[in-house]
Design a protein around this ligand. Structure first.
Ligand code: MN
Length: 340
């Protein structure tokens, strides 16, 4: 192999990487019709050309980022216009593409979405004060008007947080703080629970890497130790609900490191004192069986007083509905149940 070979090969490799990840995006578009997929492909080609020669901090071609953002948007099953905006979201900012260009190429609705995203990008949040964070979130939501703009923005933030390790370290703090104060709460408001949890954990990890890793190790150890216990609880709950003739789907859920950390911090607890690391989610076919299941569970294990909440009768502001209760399981370990 000659020493020139890698240099010659690099642009090819870059093109292949981008094309490969677009193929991965395309595989997620089966909920769209052929005409829509074609529009998305056109937006991809346009963005690919616009970002040509740009690289991310990781050294990957820049286009891999808009593709990843669009892939997240496809997970949420948004429409073709939102996917196109995801692919084009950094094109105005970074590539000298104008709004008029986008109107001409893709029509006004897509251009509006991209323009909205570009404007949001110019806002930077810089204070940790809670009242400020609230008004900033409101401003952001008002500016966006179209909820698709917020969703693409959340997908953008999620990918940036996932790849934060490639960014210069001095930038971690500001971006993570902003994620924690602004974007995670917005994801929560929109009912995107997985995104909310992931954004919080990624922000925590980059804000306090040392605490994060110590806590991650402690939680991992505790969970290993308690594996049999969790299996026993799942088994007992499954049996009790089946006895009552309920067709329940039962899944164990893990609390995020960030929520454990918050609890320790706010209530001044040591890790050993945080004893509800475990959660179980019980999913039932209708509302009445949720209440029946609640009754069965309160017979099986003792409920912790003051921890029952009926979000079915009184939904959360984001529309979330579920019964919450904390029970004292075997070995006096607290287990949080969500019944829905
Ligand atoms: Mn971006």
């Amino acid at each position: 192999m000659g020493s020139l070979l890698p240099i010659v090969e690099r642009p090819m490799a870059a093109a292949n990487a981008a094309a490969a990840s677009f193929a991965a995006l395309e595989a997620k578009l089966d909920y769209l019709d052929a005409a829509d997929i074609d529009l998305v492909r056109r937006a991809y080609r346009f963005a690919d050309t616009a970002h040509l020669g740009q690289m991310r901090h990781s050294g990957e071609p820049y286009i891999t980022h808009p593709i990843a953002v669009a892939a997240q948007v496809a997970e949420w099953k948004l429409d073709a216009h939102a996917l196109m905006a995801a692919l084009l979201h950094d094109a105005m900012e970074d590539c000298g593409v104008t709004k008029a260009d986008l109107v001409e190429q893709f029509g006004a609705p897509v251009a509006e979405l991209v323009d909205g995203l570009t404007k949001l990008d110019k806002l930077q949040f810089s204070t940790r004060e809670e009242g400020q964070a609230e008004s900033f979130r409101k401003m952001l939501l008002a500016m966006a008007r179209d909820v698709r703009v917020i969703l693409v923005k959340l997908a953008d933030r999620l990918h940036n947080m996932r790849t934060m390790g490639d960014m210069p370290r001095p930038k971690w703090g500001r971006i993570s703080t902003e994620t924690l104060d602004i974007y995670a709460p917005i994801a929560h408001r929109l009912g995107l629970n997985e995104t909310y949890r992931e954004l919080q954990d990624l922000a925590f990890r980059h804000l306090q890497p040392w605490r994060y890793s110590v806590l991650a190790k402690a939680v991992h150890k505790a969970r290993q130790r308690r594996r049999d216990l969790i299996q026993k609880v799942q088994h007992d709950v499954t049996a009790a609900l089946a006895d009552a003739g309920l067709n329940a789907h039962i899944v164990g859920r893990e609390k995020t490191l960030y929520s454990i950390y918050r609890k320790m911090d706010e209530k001044h607890l040591s890790f050993a004192q945080v004893n509800d690391l475990y959660g179980v989610r019980v999913i039932l076919p209708n509302i009445i069986s949720c209440y029946t299941a609640l009754g069965m569970l309160h017979q099986l294990y003792k409920p912790v007083p003051g921890r029952f909440k009926d979000y079915i009768a009184i939904p959360k502001v984001n529309g979330y509905q579920s019964l919450h209760t904390t029970l004292v399981g075997p070995a006096s370990v607290n287990i949080e149940f969500q019944i829905r």
